[in-house]
Write a protein that binds this ligand. Structure first.
Ligand code: ITT
Ligand code: MG
Length: 171
């Protein structure tokens, strides 16, 4: 069985690999540059879910991939401010795509204001943290939780919710 993940971002690959290994699935994981077909900075739950699903479903069209994972970050407005959100999707040939959401935290107002003005979180976080490629490392969630929950761990939780909903991995 071939499994792909629709991103080359190391935080996402690490999360997918770690959880697949944990459930005893030790075959190769194929990272693919999958288009999300949503905006670079998704601005709602719906857009972020769509991005995760599009990535996963695109991977199924590549070669002989049997199962594909899509992981997508975004933000959403709430009455309490702009929240960082993340979703995952697991697509499998002939089956309905499974979806799960991850932990969410409110972004500081200075970050939120820049996103509302049209900037993307990746570069804004680099600027704020002075860490290059922070989105491939601890991510915004890692910075704002002082390393308590880094981006790979946050995606790992989503991965567990996805593979758990699928159920039996021993076929
Ligand atoms: O290579 P891909 O898979 O696209 O990974 P990405 O880091 O760009 O992540 P997403 O496309 O899923 O996230 C959408 C946008 O939000 C940014 N983003 C999301 N979560 C982030 C985080 O924790 N830290 C920094 N930027 C983040 C990201 O850089 C994008 O601009
Ligand atoms: Mg991206």
């Amino acid at each position: 069985m071939k499994i792909a993940v629709g991103s080359k971002n190391p935080a996402k690959i690490k999360a997918a690999e770690t959880v697949l290994r944990k459930i005893g699935y030790i075959n190769e994981l194929i990272p693919l540059d999958a288009p999300s077909n949503v905006s670079g900075m998704p601005f709602s739950d719906e857009e972020t879910i769509r991005g995760a699903m599009n990535r996963a479903e695109y991977c199924l069209t590549q070669g002989d991939v049997d199962i594909a994972i899509g992981l997508e970050g975004g933000v959403t407005e709430t009455p309490h401010g702009l929240f960082l959100i993340n979703y995952g999707a697991l697509a499998e040939k002939g089956k309905k795509t499974i979806v799960a959401g991850g932990a969410r935290i409110k972004l500081p107002e200075e970050i939120a204001a820049r996103l509302r003005a049209g900037e993307e979180l990746g570069p804004v976080m680099e600027d704020y943290s002075k860490i290059k490629n922070v989105r491939t490392k601890e991510g915004a969630v890692g910075i704002f939780t002082h390393g308590m929950v880094n981006r790979d761990e946050m995606f790992m939780h989503i991965m567990k919710l996805l593979v758990g909903q699928r159920g039996d991995w021993h076929d």
